[in-house]
Structures are given as C-alpha cells and as structure tokens.
Design a protein around this ligand. Structure first.
Ligand SMILES: Cc1cc2nc3c(=O)[nH]c(=O)nc-3n(C[C@H](O)[C@H](O)[C@H](O)COP(=O)(O)OP(=O)(O)OC[C@H]3O[C@@H](n4cnc5c(N)ncnc54)[C@H](O)[C@@H]3O)c2cc1C
Length: 264
C-alpha cells in the first residue's frame, strides 16, 4: 500500500526528513521487507500480532529467486553453513506406495537449493534488523486511512501513527489486504483441500511406548494417567538413581571439579 508521491527512493522525503514505513507481520516476508526498507534509509516499524517472532514449523527451502535476494542481503554464506544435509522428500499414497512424480516435483528441479530450519532463518533475519527497527508485538492494524500525503494507522492497542508506506506481510489471511482491498474470498482461491504438518518426535514416541508397557494393568488411576501421557508433548524418562555426593566421589580428578550431590 503506497501513499506518498514525494519519495526519492532512499527513504528521504522531499523535505529532507526520513520517511517512516509500517510492516505488518514479523515472519520471512515482514523481516526481509524491514531489512530492505531499513537499508534504503526508511525508518521502519514492524507490527506483529503474536508475542514475538512466531516459531515452529518444518524447515524451509531457499531456492530460485530467493538465492539472489539473500545473497544481496549478505546472508547466503550463513544460510549455507546453517543448512541441513540434503534429504529426499517422499509422498506416499494410502497404501504407503511412493507417488512418482511427487506433487510439485514435476516442476524443474532448482540447481541451487538449501534447506534450513524455519527458526534458524527467522532468528537470522530478526537479528539483522532488531537494533534498527521498532517492533510492536501483541498489536495489529485496526484501521488504515490513506491520503495523498500518508497513511493514518490506528492500531488495535489504540496507538495512532502516520506512515508513508504500509506493507502487508501478514500471511495468506492478511489483515492489510482485507482493510485495503476487501474480504479475502475475493483474492484467495480455495483449492478444496486442507493440509497439516507436524514433526514426529521418534524419541518421545518410544518413551511413551516403554512407559505404557510398564504401567498398563496397574491399579489406582494409572489408566487415566497413561491416557493423559499419550497427549503430552514432553516426557521425562530416566533410570532411578542416587547420585553420589562429593565425599563419596573421593579425591579423584583435578581437585577443582566436583559433582554436587548429597550423601546416600
Ligand atoms: C508459526 C508458523 C509455522 C509455520 N509452519 C510451516 C510449515 O511447517 N510448513 C510450511 O510449509 N509452512 C509453514 N508456515 C507458513 C510459511 O512460513 C509461510 O506460508 C511462508 O513462509 C510465507 O511467509 P510470510 O512471511 O509471507 O507469512 P507467514 O510466515 O504466514 O507470517 C505471517 C506473519 O504475520 C503475522 N500476522 C498475521 N496476522 C497479523 C495481523 N493481523 N497483524 C500483525 N501480524 C499478523 C503472523 O503472526 C506471522 O508472524 C508457518 C507459518 C507460521 C506463522
């Protein structure tokens, strides 16, 4: 969304003062836009509905035009050193038979491609801008009023501020797009499918299996507890041991290292 015709392309209005821009959303698009606008000399504010940069998700792929973008941001080397080893992705049908070609793989393979954990890339981008960009977390845009000079923004927190430009980087269900252009049903084509992604924690599955095996059939409320355990995403499983105290460990070692504990 643009509002001012008097920009000279380096973030300075014709009057000489720095122009301010607002970016809605602090994910890949938002943080990258903040980086570029800041480097072009604009004073940048990012508003994000969540409490912080939203973490989680499966790794992302850097390929095609994005390679050039991250190269120009001097991030390519860091992305390469943090990238994951190449892993094949296999789509299976209902019988577990690999689909060939897999959905999306019919397209031409990218020659250069790096896979990186979503959080690692987010941290990289956030650290690049955090000292030069203002972040408004737990806030969002309530109203936008565009004039020839600027865009008057009312935030959900009640704050009001005007910006030269507003960027909607707030995802597929963008609030900025809805406020500027109308309801999302006019812009999104629903492909009649839903998708869901999760990361399978093999260790957790194994720990739950062992615990269930050991406690199944025990009395009291064990069954109830095992049912609760099957939904949890965090489990502590270890041998039951009594750590030896400093005295029991004797004088072995350098004399400067110890393992605090209590006497049995
Ligand atoms: C937590 C999370 C996990 C994801 N996991 C996966 C995954 O595992 N696999 C996959 O393929 N894709 C995943 N995605 C989607 C993928 O990251 C994006 O579709 C893609 O990277 C495009 O990035 P984006 O910056 O355009 O939008 P997004 O990554 O969707 O980010 C949009 C940002 O805008 C913020 N926002 C939304 N509404 C508002 C508002 N009204 N005001 C202010 N801020 C707002 C969101 O909190 C979010 O930080 C995930 C997205 C998120 C947010």
């Amino acid at each position: 969304m643009g509002a001012s015709a008097q920009q000279n392309g380096n973030g300075t209005a014709t009057g000489g003062q720095t122009s301010s821009v607002l970016v809605s959303g602090a994910s890949f698009a938002g943080l990258a836009t903040a980086w570029w606008m800041n480097n072009l000399g604009y004073s940048v504010t990012v508003v994000e509905i969540a409490r912080g940069v939203r973490r989680g998700g499966t790794p992302v792929n850097i390929r095609d035009g994005v390679i050039d973008v991250v190269k120009r941001m001097n991030l390519l080397e860091r992305i390469i050193s943090a990238s994951l080893p190449p892993r094949p992705v296999t789509f299976l049908d209902a019988h577990g038979t690999p689909l060939s070609p897999a959905p999306g793989q019919a397209e031409e393979e990218s020659e250069e491609e790096y896979e990186i954990e979503r959080d690692v890339l987010l941290d990289m981008l956030f650290n690049e801008v955090k000292d030069n960009v203002e972040f408004l977390f737990v806030d969002g845009i309530l109203e936008l009023e565009e004039s020839a000079e600027d865009v008057a923004v009312t935030f959900t927190s009640g704050r009001k501020q005007s910006f030269s430009l507003v960027f909607g980087c707030d995802g597929t269900h963008s609030a900025v797009r809805r406020l500027c252009f109308g309801e999302e049903c006019s812009f999104l084509v629903f492909l009649q499918n839903y998708f869901s992604l999760t990361i399978v924690n093999k260790l957790l599955i194994e720990q739950k299996r062992i615990t269930r095996e050991q406690f199944t059939g025990e009395g009291w409320r064990t069954r109830e507890l095992l049912d609760e355990m099957s939904c949890c995403d965090d489990l502590y499983l270890d041998k039951l041991c009594q750590p030896g105290g400093i005295v029991e460990q004797g004088p072995s070692g350098s004399g400067r290292s110890c393992r605090p504990g209590r006497r049995p």
